[in-house]
Design a protein around this ligand. Structure first.
Ligand SMILES: [Zn+2]
Length: 81
């Protein structure tokens, strides 16, 4: 019975910091399209919304939120990547 040597390949992953294709994969800011005010932060596939007086929400996509600054209704279809 032959031994399958090629089935067990060594890991060729090097964490030397050479690849910087995704600078912020899990924490991307969601800002107003008009006044650039911070509306929420995308965390691990969901949007983290934070309002005044400590009200916070974790919502899934698509998500809509009204800007506190200019009142523009913003919508995010999917997590930014
Ligand atoms: Zn705004």
């Amino acid at each position: 019975m032959p031994t399958p040597i090629s089935s067990r390949q060594p890991a060729k992953i090097s964490w030397t910091g050479g690849q910087k294709s995704k600078p912020t994969p899990l924490n991307s800011e969601w800002r107003c399209t008009r006044c650039d005010k911070l509306l929420g932060v995308c965390r691990d596939g969901r949007m983290h919304l934070r309002f005044a007086r400590g009200h916070e929400y974790f919502v899934g996509f698509p998500v809509q939120a009204t800007c506190r600054g200019c009142g523009t209704l913003n919508q995010a279809q999917s997590p930014a990547r």
